[in-house]
Ligand binder design. Structure first.
Ligand SMILES: [Zn+2]
Length: 470
């Protein structure tokens, strides 16, 4: 696996001596998990336990080191996930919509991208002989996980059918292909997420949904290819096989193994819908348990990315409840990590790539259901200027726009599919541009403080992995 991608910067080429003993970084990213999402999810989780909720703490609320993080892209006041993950993974802010390339690269400019690739912290870890893992509830080719291994002037070039022929002719590869062709070490030890269709040909039926096929139009079956390239690789696509694999690996100390699980053709289910998945799929907690156990099978050190990728998708759908449930699911995964690592050897960093326009309105009484109407007492909704009740959670824009205020007094605003009101009509609710929070504990965590540029998080993680071998 020593093919070299053209254009990887000189700084990476210099780092050729494997590091014998690195430390560990677990990087949790809640996609679209703005501060209002954290507050609302905290209240939701507390209320699920029968308490008022405001006093509840998510796992990362207990971390001592917190910063505000500026998320803008170099050309956009309100960012996207591709530009922001590139800042975090590489230490350089870049444009909206591009991944793993510097700010000189215009969208869709393949030639520029080949010259402007930025090595990611995951690639530096692989290059240094550390173990790496990628876990996401989104497609593993989606912007955030792609930020660990891909370099593309367009985040949407996820498979051969999505990348223009002229870009292929110019030497660019689709993002799924880049996951196989990574020139760093032997590639990630653990890859878990969605996005099977990006790896399967359009002539091959999906195992879970036989009426669907893969998306690739180049005939390549990248799952078979991934398996055949290196001995000791294993692939699973449903919960039962995943749990069997987990059990098999529990007693094994064999580190010469790599694992890929792709549990949906596209994104994995929202946590709120997971129980209804036809073939069953693991939770973010279960994937975290597996990935962390694999990382810990050697003391080489590791970089593990864990993304709750669908908080963002629920918000885009103006659907606060699914966003909150996915945020609580990530908190459970964070707690598992806290309880199962040595914080003298490990940095745990939790942040978001960007916020969303969800807001928490006044003035519900203490303990008022976070998904409910704003009430001064149970059953006594507070009225707006037109005499109508309103919900605590709403959005500045999105599909929840209504031409006229509806009377919500008979509506179940806590229902799973309820869409909160959006002030400006949009087909999809948008990201928001205010700062996000970063929470850190363990090695180098004290560097997470004050108001930080998002790109500075790279140095916090790089320092934890490579500079603190005391
Ligand atoms: Zn988004």
């Amino acid at each position: 696996m020593n093919k070299v991608i053209v254009g990887i910067s000189a700084s990476l080429a210099l780092l050729t001596t494997p590091i014998v003993h690195g430390k560990n970084v677990i990087f949790f990213l809640g996609d679209g998990m703005g501060v209002s999402t954290i507050t609302a999810a905290r209240i939701y989780a507390g209320q699920q336990q029968g308490n008022p909720g405001e006093e509840y703490n998510l796992a990362f609320d207990h971390f001592d080191n917190v910063a505000l993080v500026k998320t803008y892209n170099t050309d956009s006041q309100v960012p996207d996930s591709a530009g922001t993950i590139t800042a975090i993974m590489s230490g350089q802010k870049t444009r909206i919509g591009v991944v793993g390339v510097d700010a000189s690269v215009a969208r869709d400019d393949c030639a520029a991208a080949l010259k402007g690739s930025l090595p990611s912290i995951a690639e530096l870890a692989e290059q240094g002989g550390l173990r790496t893992g990628l876990v996401s509830t989104a497609r593993i080719t989606h912007a955030t996980p792609a930020g660990a291994y891909a370099h593309s002037p367009n985040r949407n070039w996820e498979d051969s059918a999505s990348i223009p022929q002229q870009a292929v002719a110019a030497g660019c590869k689709d993002i799924a292909q880049q996951l196989l062709d990574t020139p760093y070490g032997d590639g990630p030890e653990v890859i878990l997420g969605g996005g099977r269709a990006q790896f399967l040909p359009n002539t091959v039926a999906d195992p879970e949904y036989p009426s669907k096929t893969g998306k690739r139009n180049d005939g390549a079956n990248l799952i078979d290819e991934w398996l055949s390239r290196v001995p000791g690789r294993e692939y699973v696509w449903n919960r039962q096989d995943f749990l069997a694999l987990m059990e098999k690996r529990a007693g094994s100390t064999d580190t010469e193994r790599q694992f890929m699980g792709l549990f949906e053709p596209s994104h994995m289910q929202f946590e709120a819908d997971r129980a209804n998945d036809p073939a069953g799929e693991p939770s973010l907690l279960e994937m975290t348990q597996f990935a962390l156990a694999e990382m810990q099978k050697s003391d080489q050190g590791y970089f593990l990315l864990i993304e709750a990728g669908r908080i963002d998708h629920a918000h885009h759908g103006s659907n606060a409840r699914r966003a909150l449930v996915d945020t609580v699911a990530m908190s459970e995964a964070v707690q598992w990590a806290v309880d199962n690592v040595d914080l003298e050897e490990t940095l745990i960093l939790v942040t978001a790539d960007h916020s969303h326009t969800m807001t928490i309105s006044g003035y519900p009484r203490r303990g008022n259901p976070i998904l409910g109407l704003v009430e001064s007492q149970p059953g006594k909704p507070i009225k707006d200027a037109t005499g109508l009740p309103y919900t605590t959670l709403s959005y500045a824009n999105g599909g929840g726009y209504r031409k006229r205020r509806l009377d919500l007094s008979k509506v179940d605003t806590t229902a799973l599919d309820y869409q909160q009101l959006g002030t400006v009509p949009m087909y999809a609710e948008t990201h928001a541009g205010e700062d996000v929070a970063a929470f850190a504990v363990g090695v180098n965590a004290d560097k997470v403080r004050g108001v930080m540029e998002q790109s500075a998080l790279f140095e916090v993680m790089r320092g934890a992995l490579f500079d603190s071998n005391d």
